[in-house]
Ligand binder design. Sequence first.
Ligand code: GLP
Length: 262
Amino acid sequence: MEIIIQSDADATSITAARMVARLVKEKPHAVLGLATGSTPLKLYQELVRLHQQEGLDFSGITTFNLDEYIGLPRDHEQSYYSFMWENLFSQINIQPQNVFIPDGMAADVPEACAEYEQAILNAGGIDLQVLGIGSDGHVGFNEPTSSFASRTRIKTLTRQTLKDNARFFEGDETQVPHHCITMGIGTIMDAGCILMLAFGEKKAQAIASMVEGPVASVVPASILQHHARAKVFIDEAAATHLKRADYYRWVYEGKPNWQLDA
Ligand code: GLP
């Protein structure tokens, strides 16, 4: 795992965006796994800027989103479908048929999940997966005790996640759907590389457990210790509980230029 600590969320997101942009340039038909939540917003803004000002071309790119709430129609303002179109897809030249987001209104959820897994395989697998982390250490919506072997499926959110996400539903936790479809941890681990972002003090404990704690399903993100290419982009506030932060800084400062965006 590579830990990249930068001064603030904006600087960190811009560094992470360079890595995504490099892949998009080098592999015009790359497959990206994308996340929602407040964390990747600046990364997406930077990708939009790179498209609009520097011509970064998404016309051959395919995307798969991590998760979606069950029971929210796509046009609901808090569906992850709406989030992605508003914050990224409507502002870049991606082809709509190359965008995949789990269908939270699917009549047959297990069937829809199996089809989602198949679509990822048909696309050739995910080259780069963008991830955030929940305050309880979840990735996607894989809550604590999720199987490390899990694939795309239905999950029930924890009360902590309902509380955390209530801010998107007028602060009313009862409006947050209790169920979701999420890529499994096995699905996420199949990605060629992982780019995780986390900002702020409220993520510091989850980051420390993920990076320096034991690998255990009570901290789903800790499985990333077993991924061969996992990069964790965090700001100083999210780094506060890391015992070896100085070592991670030392490693990053000493990297040769050619390795920086790879
Ligand atoms: C949500 C999403 C995750 C996201 C996480 C953190 O519940 N399902 O994909 O990474 O929680 O959200 P935020 O970035 O808003 O802190």
